[in-house]
Design a binder for this molecule. Structure first.
Ligand code: AMP
Length: 314
């Protein structure tokens, strides 16, 4: 762990599912990094009981080879018996904080540009069979120039998805795909497409589209808008472990009645993502070709409302 001495901690950047994230500076290069500390005993997959879970470390080290402009770069991995430090490139802000602070609706072209970058990054990862499984605005990081990057990709393969964070907060289910909520153990890249669809809806609405406060409330929030799924719209749905024939039967609404779309092509994109049957959800690769995203240009967010960097280091 002596490599850790190369960094000076400047403060806390945030708190995630697996642990605290520090803003730090590399003493040699002067560059800022995000240091994510994960206390291992809580999160590695149970079967792996001897000290450092070697499979997790191996898998995480593989993530260092991922290079894409829409993926937060993992620069280094450091570990001891009980702690893991992941060193990431540092970005100014996460999308949740940006949406919370910014006044009024998000700029139409900013949403388009963000979606384009996220779909591109996701296509890159999905082609390499790397899933996120827990995508949310908190782990989409943005900078002043208009870039947005996916953080935490690949981690859920190494750690089981906890229901509570390391500080015992409930892990949000707002972005979780219906097949996961209905208890499937077999899932695919479609789970991330669903989450990204929820994030698109949230950028337009400026509030979450399915803000459930428990697993069943989460399922019902989805059913109330998209209708209770039937065998016709989603063959096999009734066989999922947590599907109950006694679920209330809601009729599907049109997304137009719930979301004021900024243009018809944006509506078409959402309709290709928030689809019950994962097999019918478009893949990230297919989405890169949609007319809405092909018109995207890098657009800077409005950062005027944000307090300047407080660590006094710049
Ligand atoms: P996460 O564990 O990725 O959900 O991170 C928790 C919070 O820490 C995020 O919501 C961000 O505010 C912050 N954070 C995570 N990674 C970075 C990073 N690379 N650069 C800046 N802030 C980060």
């Amino acid at each position: 762990m002596e490599k850790l001495d190369r960094f000076i901690k400047l403060g806390t950047a945030g708190e995630g599912t697996y642990g605290v994230v520090y803003k730090a500076k590399n003493k040699l290069t002067g560059k800022h990094v995000a240091l994510k500390r994960i206390k291992l005993e809580k999160f590695y997959n149970k079967g792996d009981s001897e000290g450092v879970p070697s499979t997790a470390i191996r898998e995480i080290c593989l993530l260092k080879n991922l290079k894409h402009s829409s993926i937060v770069e993992l620069l280094d991995v450091m570990y001891s018996t009980d702690k893991l430090y992941l060193v990431f490139e540092f970005l100014d802000l996460d999308l949740k904080k940006y949406m919370d602070f910014s006044k009024g609706p998000l700029n139409k072209e900013l949403i388009r540009s963000y979606m384009k970058q996220l779909v591109d990054g996701m296509a890159y990862l999905h082609t390499r069979t790397i899933l996120h499984r827990d995508l949310k605005p908190q782990n989409l990081l943005i900078d002043k120039e208009g870039h947005i990057k996916l953080a935490d990709f690949g981690l859920s393969r190494s750690f089981s998805l906890p229901t509570r964070t390391y500080t015992h907060e409930v892990v949000t289910m707002w972005y979780r795909a219906p097949e996961l909520l209905l208890g499937t153990k077999i899932y695919c890249t479609g789970v991330d497409i669903w989450s990204l669809g929820c994030i698109l809806a949230e950028m337009i609405l400026k509030k979450a589209i399915f803000p459930g406060d428990s697993e069943i409330d989460q399922i019902y929030k989805i059913f109330r808008i998209m209708g209770t799924p039937t065998e016709e719209v989603w063959p096999g749905v009734s066989l999922f472990p947590d599907f109950k024939p006694t679920f209330p039967k809601w009729k599907a609404k049109d997304f137009k009645d719930v979301i004021a779309f900024q243009d018809p092509e944006q509506e078409a994109l959402l309709k290709n993502m928030l689809v019950y049957n994962p097999a019918q959800r478009k893949t990230a690769k297919e989405l890169t070709r949609c007319p809405y995203l092909r018109k995207a240009k890098l657009t800077a967010p409005n950062m005027d409302a944000f307090p300047a960097d407080e660590d006094g280091d710049d």
